[in-house]
Design a binder for this molecule. Structure first.
Ligand SMILES: O=P(O)(O)OC[C@H]1O[C@@H](O)[C@H](O)[C@@H](O)[C@@H]1O
Length: 821
């Protein structure tokens, strides 16, 4: 008999298709080639996207050259290479924009199906690897234009995430989809379910009834489900900034993993296709919604800085979480009160994804307790069913006590320093039965030099690795081709999973994420489970360990000797993130001292992208009661409408500091560049008005802290080379200037005499593009009359201090790049 499958891949030139789907399609194509079975299975493949065919084919060619590979599994390399050519030639492409494009595409599909006889079974897969806003319009067009069901073709739709933004929108989307297709035609992908190790979880459980008997509240202390990544958002800001970590991985991957270890096993796993989905639905119904008490959020320190470059128009970056930890409960007789701790983050100390089931200690230790397992501080206590002492350590391997490890069952899904995905069972739990899909393993290839694995020696476990190491998308496609639904998400599952996260999904200024440094050397994210709550263990400020790492270079740079001064003034250097945290800390200390002695602190900020990290650090760590005594000023401002123009310094200051920190508006002194809608009109004397405010509020015209930046041409504030404003007399505090780069708005700026009266002045200089100008300053600074060329050299506080904060990129440029490598 014969089977023909037409695959329509929408988003065929996109990121997902490039990274995974074309390879998976090619694997499926080769698999059919290698099968000598009776069934003759042929494919036709149509790709669709919004780009013009010329552009699309160039991309497809590039994908086939660089991303689609022949491997050992494909047999002879020469044959495989020629098959790859054949496969590529068989792909047709359609630019899909309007209805007529869909009609042309459908015609071609219909033609390819009509070539087959009545006896041929015909199937079609519509794979939607496109942003969700395209799902419905694309499907409606296909429904309207393609008459394939009339040709006896059965249709399946494969959908990627995210499906909705919250419960309501997911519900609406599902309604629309179910208006067009039957439930059994919808294949919602969660690629985690198709990871090789994850596919073995249920068979492993079924093969081990003795373990199944202890997978319950009487025996399980807690379950940790972790997905830690070392990468940041990279080139995906457009997607991620709208989504955040909870929508990105909690609602789907982590929730799904939770169901796999907790669902009641269906009686016969292999015979039923829907019973796993049904068991998951029963389980999901027993999970109460996650509340804000059970949730911690974080954002890596350079996120807003990077996002501001990628998405200059967005104003929500400050609250988007890139890290979260959540406490989930399953209110069933089997699992009630067991804490499920779900954690995921970008830019973490290691890449690792796993489910770790920690069993309760079952012995009472009276003496020699150092050999016994315990969770928290103080040995000697034994059986502990409460979780209030369980601290979850995110920084460093496994975060165990120095004592011997607990009994545990670990599903190491990926990475974590081990060479293969593994199921690992503490030897003290007895030897498990490995079903056919797993094979026992213990070799140096797996553990390399790793001494500790989830807090114990690797040989304290029995380990097995999946026999099949297929990549997830190959499995996804294979399942869809074979109509296997158990690893896809049903509509009920999807909606129940959204329900769990619905209350905590929207970022809120009342719950700003904690800012952490990449890799979190200060262990700022470790937390405790206290009753029904999660709480960070480390204070954001005042912690010794944190202090050290914030001030010193990152570990791999410890041998890096940087000078202690620059141009005769104090120099602080570090990575971009550590520098921002350090400077924030110094501003806080200065503010606390001044508020204590005179009740007020006047700080003036420059604009640009460099201070964003600093503002973030200040907004999230600075005690809110202090803001009541702080006045915020602007060093300079561009002549644009401040409210909606991202060129405005105030716009960024507001987005990353003022609105988050709750600075009282009466203390925010914005430069009056917009008076009654007239922008920097000299007649209205905005500069004089700002000078008057300074005279009114600031004793002796002495600002307590002025933050300056440095331009590549040597400018600072808005004092540009060869500008008449450089020779302002000591009574002129603020001026309008149009001496900046051509074609940019003119500006309002503080003058050198005002800046030089300040108590503390800081230059913040970040990025390798600033290296050359720093060298220029060094060479020129002892020359006289140079300020006109390099205005930054005119900054010399008369009675105050000057500190240079320069990040490694700016200070060391290429040399730093080499060291990092
Ligand atoms: O562990 P994997 O397979 O690399 O998957 C993790 C990825 O999963 C994706 O679904 C998320 O959108 C990404 O943000 C995340 O990086």
């Amino acid at each position: 008999s014969q089977l023909h499958t037409g695959i329509l891949l929408l988003g065929g030139t996109g990121d997902l298709a490039r990274k995974y789907l074309w390879q998976a399609l090619f694997n499926a194509y080769m698999k059919q080639e290698n099968t000598d079975g009776e069934l003759q299975h042929t494919f036709s493949i149509v790709a669709g996207a919004s780009s013009h065919a010329n552009v699309a084919f160039a991309r497809l060619k590039d994908i086939f050259d660089n991303n689609v590979m022949c491997s050992d599994a494909h047999g002879s390399f020469t044959i495989c290479s020629s098959k790859k050519g054949e496969f590529y030639d068989s792909v047709s492409y359609f630019q899909l924009i309007g209805a007529e494009d869909y009609q042309a595409m459908c015609k071609s599909l219909e033609n390819s199906f009509s070539q087959f006889s009545k006896d041929t079974e015909k199937k079609m897969i519509i794979y939607l690897a496109v942003p969700p806003r395209v799902f419905l319009p694309a499907l409606k067009n296909i429904k309207a234009s393609c008459k394939i069901s009339e040709l006896g073709v059965s249709v399946k739709v494969v959908l990627e995430k995210p499906q909705g933004r919250n419960l309501k929108s997911a519900d609406e989307l599902s309604d629309e989809l179910l208006g067009m297709f039957e439930e059994h035609q919808l294949f919602r992908v969660d690629h985690y379910l198709a990871k090789s190790l994850v596919t073995t979880i249920l068979p492993f459980r079924a093969a081990n009834p003795q373990l199944e008997r202890i997978l319950n509240r009487d025996h399980v202390e807690r379950v940790e489900i972790f997905l830690k990544e070392t990468v940041g958002v990279e080139e995906r800001f457009g997607f991620y900034n709208d989504v955040g970590v909870i929508r990105d991985v909690f609602q789907n991957h982590l929730t799904q993993l939770l169901t796999l270890v907790t669902l009641d096993l269906p009686a016969n796993l292999s015979t039923s296709t829907t019973s796993v989905q049904e068991a998951k639905v029963r389980l999901l119904r027993q999970i109460p919604r996650v509340t804000s008490q059970g949730l911690l959020l974080g954002q890596y320190a350079s996120y807003a800085y990077e996002a501001a470059r990628e998405l200059p128009d967005s104003n929500v970056t400050s609250l988007v979480p890139t890290f979260a930890a959540a406490l989930v409960k399953v209110q069933s007789p089997r699992w009630a009160d067991v804490p499920f701790i779900l954690v995921s983050g970008k830019k973490m100390d290691e890449r690792s994804s796993y489910i770790r089931i920690v069993f309760k200690p079952n012995r009472v230790c009276v003496s020699g307790c150092h050999d016994d397992y315990h969770l928290g501080e103080g040995a000697g206590h034994a059986y502990r069913s409460e979780v209030n002492a369980s601290e979850v350590t995110l920084n460093g391997k496994g975060g165990q006590s120095p004592y011997s490890s607990p009994k545990q069952l670990v599903f190491q899904i990926g990475h974590g320093g081990v060479g293969k995905p593994l199921i690992s069972v503490s030897t003290s739990l007895g030897k498990p039965v490995w079903p056919d899909c797993l094979q026992e393993t213990f070799d140096s290839e797996v553990f390399g030099t790793l001494k500790k694995y989830h807090g114990a020696s690797p040989d304290a476990f029995f380990h097995a690795t999946p026999v099949s190491q297929s990549d997830a998308y190959t499995t996804v496609l294979d399942d869809a081709l074979q109509d296997r639904r158990e690893r896809f998400i049903s509509t009920s599952e999807l909606l129940l999973a959204w329900r769990i996260w619905d209350q905590v999904i929207e970022p809120s200024p009342n719950r700003p994420p904690r800012i952490y440094d990449a890799g979190d050397p200060a262990a700022l994210l470790n937390f405790e489970v206290k009753g029904g709550r999660l709480a960070y263990t480390a204070e954001d400020r005042d912690q010794d360990a944190g202090e050290k790492t914030r001030e010193g270079p990152a570990p791999h740079l410890q041998h890096l000797q940087t000078p202690a001064s620059f141009l005769g003034h104090r120099l602080v250097s570090g990575t971009r993130e550590s520098l921002a945290l350090h400077l924030a800390r110094e501003i806080e200390t200065a503010a606390e001292a001044d508020i204590m002695s005179k009740g007020v602190f006047h700080v003036a900020f420059s604009g640009g992208t460099s201070p964003i990290l600093l503002w973030q650090a200040l907004a999230h760590s600075f005690a809110s009661e202090n803001w009541a005594n702080i006045h915020v000023w602007q060093v300079d401002e561009r002549c644009v409408h401040p409210a909606g123009d991202f060129r405005s310094n105030l716009f960024h200051l507001d987005r990353h500091l003022l609105r988050l920190a709750g600075v009282p508006w009466s203390h925010v002194h914005t430069m009056p560049v917009d008076l009654a809608g007239r922008i920097c009109d000299p007649e209205l004397q905005g500069a004089r008005l700002y000078s008057d405010s300074i005279r009114k509020h600031v004793m002796n015209l002495q600002m307590d802290f002025i933050l300056l930046g440095l331009g590549e041409d040597g400018h600072t504030a808005s004092l540009f080379p060869r500008s008449p404003t450089l020779s302002a007399d000591s009574e002129t505090l603020v001026v309008l200037t149009d001496s900046g780069p051509k074609d940019t708005p003119s500006r309002m700026t503080m003058t050198l005499p005002l800046i030089n009266r300040a108590k503390r002045v800081a230059f913040l200089v970040m990025g390798s593009q600033k290296h050359a100008v720093l060298e220029k300053l060094e060479k020129a600074h002892s020359r006289t009359g140079i300020v006109d060329e390099l205005p930054a050299l005119g900054v010399n506080p008369v009675n105050g201090t000057l500190t240079w904060y320069i990040d490694y990129d700016a200070l060391l440029a290429n040399h730093y790049e080499e060291i990092k490598r």
